[in-house]
Design a protein around this ligand. Structure first.
Ligand code: SF4
Length: 723
């Protein structure tokens, strides 16, 4: 950490930190943008160790072997690109089938005290092993990859005190599903969640990872645990005994890595593990939490489907050895009682190491001989890559699935908006496949069999495999110490519709900016409105193609139409089409909008695409902070109205020219925070009004260079030339 002195408590929620992450992990969907941006810096290697994980693009359908073969064929171009980036820059490349990013990070890279960035929202999973691990977008990852300090508003700290001990059917998943119910999806925003209390000592390392993983569902910056005996056991079993020894010294000699007695938390929540019962969260939001004891009656009252259509366990959230062995213990009980699953059941191992170890220990055999489909070591159904055959995507009837995953927004799993995903522990999912009845509570209820009523005993499992982990197939492992190879060519076909090399954005000309209002947006405009996801995701590595989604969800204030803008001669276009036309016409544009523009995710294409399609300024009543920062990183000028009433005076087609931009830049942004704008309306009338800016010295440098990446690239090239 640099730039932080004095009282840390006074920084929380107020000031910005400049952080130096120790490593960066990237999953295949978001790695494309991160690496395309990194390439434009011209650096020959990454400043910190980094890894690429091919997990999000693998379809789950018939089983690991055939699904993997077909998914590799479909995504070959993307995987080849990522692999060649790995070779050129010395980044570990974990290929398709090797496992899910967060499970691999936990098994190989996460250690107590590590600070890492990952281009995935569930990166905090590594906090289960005492890391501070934060999910970011590609441009932020490039800060880490280039060794540029990464900026974060100092989070507040929420303490979650765990007392007692889990038992019976309750599991670590229930800690976080219950907490999500208390805090809601926004309750952790701006916080790091730190777990403490005597209940922590009774959790497994992988259980703690499950809890940290789903901290993303309460909006937390990240979550973490103090160093425990369970961490020592996990590090030793994953061949990292010396790290456990070092952590012991850090704890014993220097009192690091522990929850400080009397720590000043900004908020404290207490959970008694003795009384915590299994929870089921959903549908459609991860914070709608219902204890299993009342789930049946709630389902009836809410008119959720009466039956469950499928059960799925695994994913990065719940695919530990402990999870799998507990699930297998339930299946063995059912097998002994002579009962069979009533609904389809899918198992997704989180890594090749987990898959191979549970295969050796007979668990895969238990799953498969009882009808489960074991899918590839990848995200599969968790991220919409479920080629489901029993319920069509277009079905208008609701159906319920039980999963051990972490998110349950509409259409996330099978592309069907009417599939209700109920999130719970692998234990409850597995028991549920034998009933299929939404009213069934395995903790108290029996299932009727030919031999009479059958009731499951609570699951049991091993925290870690008694015979240790085995690696599995060598082909899934990368070079542990990859070195950059300057002569590797990164081939991106100009004909590709999935990948496109990035051209650096043009630096600032040194003149005032003259722009034309392309669109006046009405009301809410989130990053989903600015850069739609869904079917556009396949173009994440192709900036031009994905930019055809820019602002397609925005409402035109002047006409009430969605995705409609008008050229100066009155011709109607879709919004991105007019952007591209004006880019071609060399007419820089400005978009005017209302409050909290860019709220939602940190989606960087919401800033890259406007810049790519010829935008110069976004002028709004207020910004969502992360989006405002993203715009600055891409070389755009984000401004707010000093007087909101001026929004009403601006119309599409008006010409807006900055009056004192050069002065503001000459003063490195320290010009009092205002900028004057001159307006030439189409009827010939003219006036001036005041805007506000929040450009810092660093951000002025980004603007002058054309983007943060350009600026970093220029610096690094200078440093390499002088080395
Ligand atoms: S398994 Fe699901 S939550 Fe985990 S990384 Fe993959 S898509 Fe994200």
């Amino acid at each position: 950490m640099v730039g932080v002195n004095g009282d840390l408590e006074k920084l929380r929620g107020e000031q910005y930190l400049k952080l130096h992450p120790d490593r960066v992990a990237m999953q295949d969907a978001s790695a494309q943008t991160a690496l395309l941006q990194f390439m434009t810096t011209g650096m020959s290697r990454t400043a910190v160790p980094a890894s690429i994980h091919c997990d999000h693009l693998i379809v789950g359908k018939d089983g690991a072997e055939s699904d993997l073969t077909s998914s590799i064929a479909t995504n070959k171009e993307v995987f080849d690109f990522l692999q060649s980036c790995g070779e050129k820059y010395g980044i570990q490349f974990w290929g398709p089938g090797s496992g899910i990013i967060h499970q691999i990070v936990l098994e190989n890279f996460s250690v107590p005290g590590l600070m890492m960035l990952g281009t995935d929202l569930h990166t905090p999973n590594a906090g289960g092993l005492g890391a501070i691990a934060i999910g970011v977008g590609g441009a932020d990852a490039v800060d880490g990859l280039t060794g540029t300090p990464w900026e974060l508003k100092a989070p507040k700290i929420m303490g979650v005190k765990l007392t007692g001990q889990l038992s019976g059917w309750s599991s670590p998943k229930d800690v976080i599903t219950h907490l999500a119910g208390i805090l809601t999806v926004r309750g952790g925003t701006g916080y790091i969640v730190e777990y403490f209390g005597e209940g922590v000592a009774n959790l497994s390392c992988t259980g703690m990872a499950t809890i940290c993983n789903m901290g993303a569902e309460i909006g937390a910056t990240t979550s973490t645990f103090p160093y425990q005996e369970a961490h020592r056991r996990y590090l030793q079993q994953t061949n990292r005994g010396p790290i456990a020894d070092a952590a012991d010294v850090a704890l014993g000699k220097y009192s690091f890595l522990k929850a400080d007695a009397g720590a000043a938390y900004d908020k404290v929540i207490e959970i008694d593990l003795n009384t915590l019962e299994p929870h089921v969260n959903g549908p459609f939001t991860p914070d709608l939490s219902t204890p299993i004891s009342t789930f049946g009656e709630t389902a009836k009252a809410e008119e959720w489907p009466a039956t469950v259509s499928a059960g799925l366990i695994g994913s990065c959230t719940n695919s530990s050895y402990q999870d799998m062995s507990r699930a297998a213990s339930i299946i063995r009980q059912a097998e002994a009682a002579g009962i069979k699953p009533k609904i389809p059941f899918f198992v997704t191992p989180g890594s090749e190491q987990i898959r191979a170890t549970i295969e050796r220990d007979g668990l895969i055999d238990v799953f498969e001989r009882n009808g489960a489909v074991v899918l590839a070591n990848a995200c599969g159904p968790c991220i919409g890559q479920w080629d489901r055959t029993d319920v069509p995507k277009t079905s208008t009837e609701s159906n319920a699935i039980f999963t051990s995953f972490n998110r349950n927004f509409r259409a996330r799993n099978d592309g069907n908006r009417n599939t209700m995903n109920f999130l719970t522990s692998p234990d409850i999912v597995t028991a549920m496949i034998y009933s299929g009845d939404m009213n069934y509570n395995p903790v108290t209820d029996s299932i009727n069999t030919e031999k009479g009523p059958f009731r499951f005993e609570p699951p049991s499992g091993d925290e870690l495999p008694n015979s240790g982990f085995i690696k599995g197939r060598e082909k899934f492992y990368p070079d542990p110490n990859p070195q950059p190879k300057a002569d590797v060519q990164i081939n991106v076909s100009p004909e590709s519709d999935r990948l496109q090399l990035l051209e650096p954005f043009a630096p600032w000309s040194g003149d005032e900016l003259t722009t034309t209002v392309l669109l006046k947006v009405e009301g809410k405009c989130t990053t989903d409105h600015i850069s739609a996801a869904g079917s556009w995701l396949k173009y994440k590595g192709h900036l031009e193609n994905i930019s055809y989604n820019t602002l397609i969800g925005a409402v035109n204030k002047e006409t009430g139409e969605v995705n409609k803008a008008y050229d100066l001669n009155g011709d109607a276009y879709s919004i991105p089409e007019l952007m591209f036309k004006w880019k071609e016409d060399k007419r820089p544009w400005i978009v005017v909008a209302e409050h909290n523009y860019g709220e939602g995710s940190a989606r960087e294409h919401a800033a890259m695409s406007p810049r790519f399609t010829g935008g110069s300024i976004i002028l709004v009543k207020s910004f969502a902070r992360i989006h405002e920062t993203n715009l600055k990183k891409q070389g755009m000028l984000p401004l707010t109205f000093a007087d909101e009433a001026d929004y009403d005076r601006i119309s599409s087609g008006d010409e807006l020219t900055t009056v004192d931009l050069r002065d503001m830049i000459a003063k490195d942004g320290n010009n009092g925070g205002f900028l004057k704008m001159h307006v030439k309306k189409r009827d010939g009338s003219e006036f001036e009004f005041l805007c506000k800016h929040t450009m810092s010295k660093d951000q002025i440098d980004f603007f002058k260079a054309g983007s943060a990446i350009n600026y970093i690239g220029n610096l690094k090239k200078e440093q390499e030339a002088n080395a």
